[in-house]
Design a protein around this ligand. Structure first.
Ligand code: ZN
Length: 192
């Protein structure tokens, strides 16, 4: 990432909106913003294939489904570069006892959200990545998120959640499995 280019772009942006980039409160802002982008857009330039930080385990007598719920994430909408943030819940049905370390799923969520994007694509990217890593018998992903581009501008709807979901394989076919997952998600979502 080109930190110097970000700094000069932010300086120009501040000037363009009628601010004085030299005033004390803003003097350090371009450098801060550059450091911030290094963090919130750290996945850019990595192809999904680069996600190698995981290990697949084999368990005998594997559970019917593995669920990791309410994984918090923060991302930037690619249309306005404003934050959207919320929680992702992910489940899969292991194939042949193949499971992934539980902490890897939140990492996967970080991985697909640390760049400008869309909630819809985050949802399908999570499915794609899990498919690639584990080839499970089914995947469920549900995301609830708030979009600052809908709240602080545009339609100005405060506190609205956007819901997206994708179900593949067993979750697509088996309604009782899907329901078991969704009941858990709804129960926890009440606390959000
Ligand atoms: Zn937006």
């Amino acid at each position: 990432m080109d930190q110097k280019a970000i700094e000069s772009a932010v300086t120009q942006l501040l000037r363009a909106i009628g601010e004085d980039p030299q005033r004390p409160g803003l003097k350090e802002t371009p450098a801060r913003v550059a450091r911030m982008y290094a963090e919130v857009a750290s996945s850019i330039g990595h192809q999904p294939e680069d996600f190698t930080n995981y290990k697949v385990f084999h368990v005998y007598d594997s559970p019917r489904m593995v669920t990791v719920q309410q994984i918090p994430f923060y991302s930037l909408c690619e249309h306005h570069l404003l934050p959207f943030f919320g929680e992702a819940s992910v489940a899969y049905v292991p194939r042949d006892g193949q499971v992934i370390g539980l902490s890897k799923i939140p990492r996967l969520v970080d991985y697909v959200t640390r760049r400008p994007g869309m909630q819809e694509r985050v949802t399908t990217d999570l499915v794609k990545e899990l498919q690639r890593l584990l080839n499970p018998k089914g995947i469920a992903v549900v995301i609830n998120a708030r979009h600052m581009c809908m709240e602080m501008r545009g339609i100005n709807k405060r506190g609205q959640f956007t819901y997206t979901s994708k179900f593949t394989g067993d979750f697509d076919r088996d309604q009782s499995l899907r329901e078991e997952f969704l009941v858990q998600v709804r129960a926890h979502h009440a606390n959000m």
